[in-house]
Design a protein around this ligand. Structure first.
Ligand code: GLN
Ligand code: ZN
Length: 753
């Protein structure tokens, strides 16, 4: 397998890290937890019977940051802090008071976030940190020979950004030759320590790459494969079809290439056309490393057998690192018993890899029982009545073009003006208010049974009335109920929809010590009963001002869940959209005049290859429109996106056809508004006017300045005033004065219109 989770089966690393950061424990204690997690992983993988155990899969924070540390790519502002190696590393990850951290961004199209290295002409690479070698030695001392895994040089530089002081013409890739020399040193040290193989990850080649980048790939691996003292080299591509990178790598002397055969069905066929694989080990990623379904082992074996014709040697693996799935299905005590046998988490996936390997080498009979069990589970899932809901399918079949369309915007705008009667530059927030310790305590108490549902609901209602009263007092124009009842914007909906199950321990690392527990979408999705209306209705009863109903959109629900793999994602999206459409209509019927459907993940699910964009955006936009077009003209639909560099999705944002779109903008100033103008976006827009990520309270003048900038691009009748998203993560001590400044700034600007 290509990699393993590292946060710990019980999130031990999370607790150890947070304890260390809060000075509740020492570095030695943290290192001890790390050491025992590593030992546990090796023990488990060796016991599972893997022929080749991945090494160096542990990380205190992030594997890209590890690579930066390995090669000494530490920007001066961190080096100058004069901290020890581990604290310098954490300073890069989290910042310290005087120094902001590295930027963090999504790891390809997953929900994992990595830290973006900063590389400039002055970056001097050196083999500064030998963790990969020490990890190898430590495993060897534990009796396990590992295959150290390191992010490859091309992917590392392609994911890096130019240091702030670098000249405009500089690109991190300019430093490739120098970096490859340091990789060469690392490989030699690994060889001398006894490593037989090393794995260099190059997922960047699952995305579109230029001919020049492919030539650089060829050159780098030629250099590395010509070293005298080195382990055998496995280059791992994953998250999609490696395309031209495959023949490129095959033309070098690397011994192995790993290919993801799950994410793209046609990759298998393209392998047959690649020269040079006959002399290589092809590591076939047949077990899905990103999803939780049990593998169809018969089908996987069929594929592997066909590959024997193509490659010198065929090994079996997961499609990518198992970082993206939870540890162990058996850790779930309360899983739906129908769904449980269909699932495989990291531990089960390791067993699948071993079974496939044995079947290939020793024949199917050697693992007949395992294959039969897998066949049964796959059959059971395929034929399960739980997957199909004919009512949902009938509804989808009955949809027409009108189901995706509202009246022209001008007609809607006129109708909304009449019912809403808002001032120019209306003020609002993105939805959540601070989740106080009280709210969290109530949720924990409900979970452990010390209060009942009625008592819990009562606490939530009290919280909602507090939040409404506060917004009234502050003078906001469109209020929210504050979302106290929601643990998470996706999990909450998944818990209330049919077709999903939730886990108790299915944690997956999102970044650093942060984990998420994605719900599992296994079957046709429907909404048994209204989810949010009773809260919205109660909130609306407390005020004359419009209260905005708050929902999560279909794309985001999919993006942050494990989704079924037995039908196209677009079909699943349409089902989720129908459920949200029902909710939108019920909110309208309950007297809610403004409804926001959040889609922060619209850009995140964008396929890595441009040729797939159109198809994706087509169904993604369609699902949002299906969810939101079932209401009257007078009902105002908002959407919210957590970013403002729209890039390739900018036309899609227009196509969503929301009446008002709020976006994150405070940190990027108001430039995004011009981008929107350029594509003719003539709707309401609410660029965030203060950065929620910082505890700083913005002044009225500062916000006025941003609004004045915004008004240079957007006419007053289309401009909304709201903060960036994330009030939930802050305390009232900051939120209250910040919103006060915001409302005051809007009032002053209005007076000048
Ligand atoms: N309505 C959500 C909130 O304010 C939106 C969260 C998000 O943008 N990710 O919490
Ligand atoms: Zn957001």
């Amino acid at each position: 397998m290509l990699g393993h989770p590292r946060i710990g089966p019980r999130r031990e690393l999370k607790r150890a890290l947070e304890g260390y950061w809060a000075s509740r424990s020492t570095e030695a204690e943290l290192r001890e937890v790390a050491r025992s997690l590593r030992a546990g992983t090796w023990r488990e993988l060796a016991a599972a019977g893997l022929d080749s155990v991945p090494g160096n899969t542990f990380s205190y924070y992030d594997q890209v940051l590890d690579t930066a540390a390995t090669f000494g790519a530490v920007p001066r502002r961190f080096a100058e802090l004069g901290l020890g190696p581990l604290d310098t590393y954490f300073a890069m990850a989290r910042g310290v008071e005087s120094t902001p951290p590295l930027e963090m961004t999504k790891w390809f199209d997953t929900n994992y976030h990595y830290l973006v290295p900063e590389i400039g002409p002055g970056t001097t690479f050196s083999l500064a940190d030998r963790t990969a070698v020490e990890d190898y030695r430590e495993a060897a001392a534990d009796g396990v020979g590992t295959r150290p895994v390191v992010v490859g040089p091309l992917t590392f530089l392609l994911l890096s950004k130019s240091a702030e002081d670098a000249p405009k013409s500089f690109r991190p890739l300019d430093k490739l030759d120098e970096l490859v020399q340091r990789y060469a040193e690392l490989l030699t040290e690994l060889h001398d320590a006894g490593a037989g193989w090393v794995q260099l990850d190059e997922p960047a080649f699952a995305a579109d790459r230029t001919p020049e980048e492919l030539e650089l790939l060829r050159g780098a691996y030629r250099t590395l494969s010509q070293l005298d003292r080195r382990p055998d080299i496995l280059v791992a591509t994953y998250f999609g079809d490696p395309g031209d990178a495959l023949p490129t790598l095959a033309s070098t002397d690397v011994e192995g290439i790993a290919v993801d055969l799950v994410s793209n069905a046609s990759t298998v066929d393209s392998l047959a056309r690649v020269d040079g694989l006959r002399s290589k080990t092809l590591v076939s990623g047949l077990v899905d490393g990103r999803n939780v379904w049990r593998t169809d082992l018969d089908a996987a074996l069929g594929t592997a057998a066909a590959l024997l014709e193509v490659a010198g040697e065929v090994a079996v693996s997961t499609s990518c690192s198992l970082l993206h799935v939870p540890y162990d299905v058996d850790a779930e005590a309360n899983l739906d018993p129908h769904v449980r046998p269909w699932l495989a988490f990291a531990k089960q996936k390791a067993a699948e890899v071993v079974t496939l390997g044995r079947a290939l080498r020793e024949g199917r009979d050697s693992v007949a029982d395992e294959l039969a069990a897998a066949r049964n589970a796959v059959q059971d899932r395929r034929s399960s009545e739980r997957l199909r809901d004919n009512r949902v399918r009938g509804r989808l079949d009955a949809l027409s073009a009108d189901s995706y369309r509202r009246s022209p915007y001008d007609a809607r705008r006129a109708a909304q003006r009449r019912t809403l009667d808002l001032p120019p530059l209306p003020t609002t927030t993105i939805g959540s208010f601070p989740q106080t310790p009280d709210v969290r305590k109530a949720r924990a108490a409900l979970r452990n049974g010390s209060i009942d549902q009625a008592a819990y609901d009562q606490r939530m209602l009290e919280e909602i009335s507090r939040v409404i009263a506060l917004q009234e007092a502050l003078g906001l124009d469109v209020l929210v109920h504050g979302e106290p009842e929601r643990n998470d914007m996706v999990q909450y909906f998944a818990e209330h929809l049919d077709g999903f199950v939730s886990t108790e321990n299915g944690w997956v690392q999102s970044y650093g010590s942060r984990c998420v527990r994605p719900p599992i979408l296994f079957g046709d999705v429907s909404r048994p009963e209204p989810i949010t209306t009773r809260w919205a209705e109660r909130a609306q009863r407390l005020t004359e001002k419009p209260v905005k109903g708050m929902l999560t959109g279909p794309i985001t629900i999919l993006a942050w869940s494990f989704v079924r793999d037995d039908q196209p994602l677009g079909e699943t999206a349409a089902q989720v959209a129908l459920a949200i459409r029902d909710e939108v209509r019920d909110l309208e019927a309950a007297g809610i005049r403004v409804i926001q459907v959040d889609e922060p993940a619209l850009r995140e699910l964008l396929p890595l290859r441009a040729e797939q964009h159109e198809d994706y955006l087509d169904w993604a936009v369609g699902s949002f429109r299906l969810a939101t077009s079932g209401v009257a003209d007078r009902t105002q639909v908002h959407t919210h996106l957590c970013y403002s560099e729209f890039g390739e999705v900018i036309d899609a944002i227009v196509a969503l056809d929301a009446d008002v779109t709020s976006i994150e903008a405070a940190r990027s100033r108001m430039e995004v508004l011009d981008d929107l103008n350029a594509v003719g976006f003539g709707r309401g827009v609410g660029p965030g006017v203060y950065d929620i990520h910082s505890p700083r309270v913005p002044s009225t003048e500062e916000i006025e300045g941003l609004l004045a900038a915004a008004l240079r691009s957007v006419p007053a009748e289309r401009l909304w005033v709201n903060p960036d998203c994330g009030l939930k993560t802050r305390g009232y001590a900051e939120v209250e004065p910040a919103l006060r400044s915001m409302v005051e700034a809007a009032a002053r600007m209005r007076a000048d219109l």
